[in-house]
Design a protein around this ligand. Structure first.
Ligand code: NDP
Length: 450
C-alpha cells in the first residue's frame, strides 16, 4: 500500500511512498540483528572515520537536505539550513567522542576491576515530525558511535529527510544493515519495534501520551527506554531584566518552527511591576515575525505541519486573543502568531499547544515565579531573564526542568545534555551524556592472587 506525503505550505503532494507494516519492521530488525556482530566489533577509530565521512556528506548535501526538510515540514528554509548544519555537527561530535567514552580501573580487594562500555544491540529510534533530521541525528550519532545497529522510524508525515540520511549512511560506507529506515504508522511499525524481542532499546521523541505506551510496551522485554516528551516551559521575565532584549527574543522562543517545538517557552511569566510595558514590547516584536512562504529567504515562520495540528492548536484559543498576527491568504496549514493573557490554571497554560500561541501570565515576586514555573506536569526547558546573577542561579536551581538558559532563549547545543524532568521524559540526548543511553557498563574483576 502507498501513502502520500504533502507539503504543508501548499497542501500538494511531494512524494508517494510504500507504507511499511509489521513484516517490514521485522525484516529491518532481522537485518540490524545480523549486522550487529560485525559492526560492534569495528574498531572505534574506524567507526569514527565512517561517522566523520557521514558528517562531511551531510555538509556536501546540506542544501538538498534543507530543501527536503523545508518542503516536508513547512519550515523556513533559513531555519532548515541551520538544522541540517547541526546534523553534520552531531555526527562530527560523536566521531570525536567514540574513543573518549572509556571505562575505569578500580582497585579492589584481591585484584582490580575494569569497566567496559558495551553496546546494547539493535536500537529502535522513533522520531517525530517537528525536527525530523535533527532529532534522528541526535539518536543515530551516539547509537552508532557506541557500536549499536539501528532501526529508524520517522513520523509518517515527514519521512523524507530520514530516507535521504539512510542513503548517505550507505554512501559513507556504513555497512548494509547497520542503519535501517522503516516508514510506516507509529501504531503499527513503532508498536512492533517497542514489543520486538530482538530490540534492546527504544529511543523515543514525541508526545507524552505515546511515551507512556513506549514504557508500557517495553516492560514485556525489559527494554531500555529513553523518552524526550512534551513541554510547557516558562520564560520568566524579572523586573530588573533588559526588557527590550527579552521581548525581542521571546517571540522566537514560542513561534520558531510555528511553535511546534518541545522547548517552546509558551508560558511567558512577567513580574507584575513591568507587565504592561513588557506586553507592549512583546506584541511589537511579534508583529515583526515574518510569516509566509517557507522557501522565501526572509520568512521566519511557516505553516503548521498538518490540518489536524491546526485544528488542535485552534482549540486552545477561545474568544479574541490579546494579539493575533496575519497569515497568507493561500493554501497551507497557516495559523497566526497569537498572544493570550492567561492564568496558569487555564488550559492554554497547562497543556502543550504545539503551535504559535504564547500565554502571558503575571507573577508577584521570585517565590511566586518559581511556584508558577514549576506548577506543570512537564519539565523540559525554560529561560530566566534578570540582571541579578545570584537570582538567575537561585531560580535556575529551583526550576524543575532539564535545560535552562539565562538571558537567552535557546536550549539545544551539540555539546550539552538535553532532556527532561517530570513528564517531559528521562535520559539525555546530545553531549557526552547521550553515550550512556546507548551502552551498558560491564565490570570485570581480575584476581591478582595466585
Ligand atoms: P506522536 O507522539 O504520536 O508521534 C511521535 C512519533 O511516535 C511518530 O514517529 C509516530 O509515528 C510515533 N508513534 C505514534 N503512535 C505510536 C505508537 N502507538 N507506538 C509507537 N510509536 C508511535 O506525536 P503526534 O504526531 O501525534 O503529535 C501530537 C502531539 O505530541 C503534538 O501536538 C505535541 O504536543 C506532541 N509532540 C511532541 C514532540 C516533541 O518534540 N516532544 C514531537 C511531536 C509531537 P506516526 O506519526 O508515523 O504515526
Amino acid at each position: 500500500m502507498t501513502f502520500t506525503v504533502l507539503n504543508p505550505a501548499t497542501e500538494l503532494p511531494i512524494a508517494e511512498l510504500e507504507q511499511a507494516g509489521v513484516e517490514e519492521a521485522d525484516a529491518a530488525v532481522a537485518w540490524a540483528k545480523a549486522a550487529y556482530p560485525s559492526w560492534s566489533a569495528v574498531a572505534p577509530g574506524d567507526r569514527a572515520r565512517l561517522l566523520r565521512r557521514l558528517a562531511t556528506l551531510v555538509e556536501e548535501n546540506a542544501e538538498e537536505l534543507a530543501r527536503i526538510e523545508s518542503e516536508n515540514v513547512g519550515k523556513p528554509i533559513s531555519g532548515a539550513r541551520g538544522e541540517i548544519g547541526m546534523v553534520a555537527q552531531v555526527f562530527h561530535f560523536y566521531a570525536g567522542a567514540i574513543d573518549k567514552h572509556v571505562g575505569e580501573t578500580i582497585p579492589v580487594a584481591g585484584g582490580v576491576a575494569a569497566t567496559f562500555r558495551e553496546p546494547l544491540g539493535v536500537v529502535g529510534l522513533i522520531v517525530p515530525w517537528n525536527f525530523p533530521a535533527n532529532i534522528a541525528s541526535w539518536k543515530l550519532g551516539p547509537a552508532l558511535a557506541c557500536g549499536n545497529t539501528v532501526v529508524l522510524k520517522p513520523a509518517e508525515l515527514t519521512p523524507l529527510s530520514a530516507l535521504r540520511l539512510g542513503e548517505l549512511c550507505l554512501e559513507a560506507g556504513v555497512p548494509e544493515g547497520v542503519v535501517n529506515v522503516v516508514v510506516g504508522k507509529g501504531s503499527v511499525v513503532g508498536q512492533r519495534l517497542i514489543e520486538h524481542p530482538d530490540v534492546a532499546k527504544i529511543a523515543f521523541t514525541g508526545s507524552t501520551e505515546v511515551g507512556r505506551l513506549v514504557m508500557q510496551g517495553a516492560a514485556g522485554t525489559i527494554k531500555r527506554v529513553t523518552l524526550e516528551l512534551g513541554g510547557k516551559s516558562a520564560n520568566v521575565i524579572f523586573e530588573d531584566a533588559d526588557l527590550e532584549r527579552a521581548a525581542a527574543a521571546a517571540p522566537y522562543s514560542v513561534f520558531d518552527n510555528a511553535g511546534q517545538d518541545c522547548c517552546a517557552r509558551s508560558r511567558i511569566l512577567v513580574q507584575r511591576s513591568v507587565y504592561d510595558r513588557f506586553l507592549g514590547l512583546l506584541i511589537d516584536a511579534t508583529r515583526d515575525v515574518k510569516v509566509g512562504d517557507p522557501a522565501d529567504e526572509e520568512t521566519e515562520m511557516g505553516p503548521l505541519v498538518s490540518a489536524a495540528q491546526r485544528e488542535t492548536v485552534a482549540s486552545f484559543v477561545d474568544g479574541e486573543p490579546t494579539y493575533r498576527g496575519d497569515i497568507p491568504d493561500a493554501p497551507g496549514y497557516w495559523y497566526p502568531c497569537t498572544v493570550v493573557e492567561a492564568s496558569n490554571d487555564d488550559r492554554v497554560a497547562r497543556e502543550e499547544v504545539f503551535g504559535p500561541v504564547a500565554a502571558v501570565i503575571p507573577f508577584e515576586d521570585e517565590a511566586d515565579a518559581i511556584r508558577i514555573s514549576n506548577d506543570t506536569p512537564y519539565g523540559l526547558s525554560g529561560s530566566i531573564w534578570t540582571r541579578d546573577g545570584s537570582r538567575a542561579l537561585r531560580v535556575a536551581r529551583a526550576t524543575e526542568a532539564g535545560v535552562l538558559s539565562v538571558n537567552a532563549n535557546t536550549s539545544v547545543r551539540v555539546q550539552t545534555p538535553f532532556g527532561g524532568f517530570k513528564q517531559s521524559g528521562f535520559g539525555r540526548e546530545l553531549g557526552m551524556h547521550a553515550l550512556d543511553g546507548y551502552s551498558e557498563v560491564k565490570s570485570v574483576f581480575i584476581s591478582t592472587e595466585g
